[in-house]
Design a protein around this ligand. Sequence first.
Ligand code: SRM
Ligand code: SF4
Length: 567
Amino acid sequence: MADEKKLSAVEDVKSLSNFLRGTIAEDLASDADGFAKPNTHLLKFHGMYQQDDRDNRGASAEGKSSKEISLMTRTRIPGGILTSVQMIAHLDLCDEIGNSTLKCTTRQALQLHCIPKSRIRETIQRIHAVNLSTLAACGDVNRNVMCCPAPIRDAIHDEMRRATMALKDHLAPRTRAYYEIWLKDDASGEESLVGGGEPEVEPIYGPTYLPRKFKIGVALPQDNCIDIYTQDLGFLAVVREGAVVGYNVLVGGGLGTTPSAKKTFPALAKRMAFCTPDEVCQVAEAVVKVQRDNGNREDRKRARLKYLIADQGIEWFRGQVEQYFGRALPDCTEDDVHDFDDHMGWAEQGDGKWYYGWNVENGRLYDSEDRRWKSAIREICSLLNPGINLTAHQSMIFTDIAEEDKQTLEDVIRRHGLPLSEEISTVRRWSMACVALPTCSLAVTESERVLPGVMDVMEAELAKLGLDQEAFTVRMTGCPNGCARPYNADIGLVGKTKNKYTIFLGGQLIGTRLGTIFKDLVPLEEIVPTLVPVFAAYKHHRQTSESFGDFCHRVGNENLHAWAAST
Ligand code: SRM
Ligand code: SF4
């Protein structure tokens, strides 16, 4: 047989799964702690990861390492838009079933950790009971569609939210497996999530779904808060006279990389073509189908859309998309990303109400003796019943607040020992860290648990240099997969090996440039001391209103090292 390529093991699992069923139901019924390996791949499509709390690994009686198996669930929240009731339902779940914390993610979703298998169905059913779902939050399908979370009531944001919801619906998996496995006997009594009794078919994905995960974001040129250049597929709104007339379509962003494998790399998306608002779903479908039929299914490390585009070229890719779409698409307009807003603090939404962006450090909601995030949110929800929009920076926006309730909201936050966004230093406010230890099985270093300490030291050093008002992004991850998007930040801190990080410099706040390696294998406690001379060089050699990332990019690593050595 001529050169038949060997598919990755996950492809076999998908093709034998009968539309994502596998033997998940059988595993659920068994007494085993967890699910069998092939089912753990399928569980991702259902929005769950089998994990263990790595802090609690112990030795069994036989001397082998023992793990307490549990599940992480990720609730898909398109555009991050939630109600108070939905937020409270998640807080209840984390308290009653999970590890009593809730994580706001970098893609505007919510994660529960440490759910025992014995209570996973109940968890999914309770999420479903508040009209949310974990289906397609993970897995080789289109995941949570991101959109600017600012609750601005105008034609532009309304259109972007419409496109987001339409994309979510259009690209949703059609399998009834989710309903059968998790919801069938649920109290809502719904017949099915999608479809009725028709034969099962996945009209867009087919039976083996996509070669790899797929991510979409919708943004504005003046507000790239969702990091559109890191998405597999981005729709950048083109606005004329107060209305969205269409979108520039960006393709092939993605950040995951394996430093030891040269064939992998982070990539920013490429500008492909323009489409009108009513063409958004058909264009997305065409892009998905080109990736479905041409993406790499042999090597999962090279299976993201960015590699297909790198290998075949953007012109080839665009031609394929146009074939699936049915006709040629116009070129992108000149509109491009030029600014960013994290939407923190108070702002009017355009309908007489206010919104308040509240910075949640690294997205982790918990109650400790002196900082009570969960209690504050519960109280705000019960007093004011606001909408809650999750941001792409692991924070949240309380929406629809009446002028006379603004003080109440601030009082509640303070009473629970938490700072208002305006009281947080800019460097901390614009920092992010991925989950990493103890739950992430891929973590090689700490991230979320140590970044606050790094920030304490960095804040003090920046204040000494008089740079505390400078706005730049510091993003940390516990491995090179890039979950907190470190590679296009001003400063990226990427876990490389135990307690050691690679420092990337030269990305930028608006997310349109990748940083480069400044120093590798820097121990955690050396991160700030390594950066202080660079901050000093920035202070002395920067051009007027040049940002930190732009400065590092302009002068280059060689100069930065030379200045650092001379201080
Ligand atoms: Fe991620 C895998 C957490 C956003 C790139 N990511 C994981 C897993 C599921 C680990 C695993 O496979 O076992 C992590 C779960 C940890 C835990 O215990 O909760 C995880 N990723 C996260 C979250 C929760 C980080 C956070 O602290 O907020 C984010 C959830 C987003 C969501 O709500 O859907 C998260 N992950 C991202 C992003 C950022 C983004 O999408 O904007 C990226 C980089 C962009 C990209 O996709 O290229 C990202 N995660 C990855 C990768 C590398 C993918 C690749 O192409 O190589 C992996 C590993 C993999 O897929 O094999 C990964
Ligand atoms: Fe885990 Fe790595 Fe993602 Fe952090 S970047 S959550 S350590 S996979």
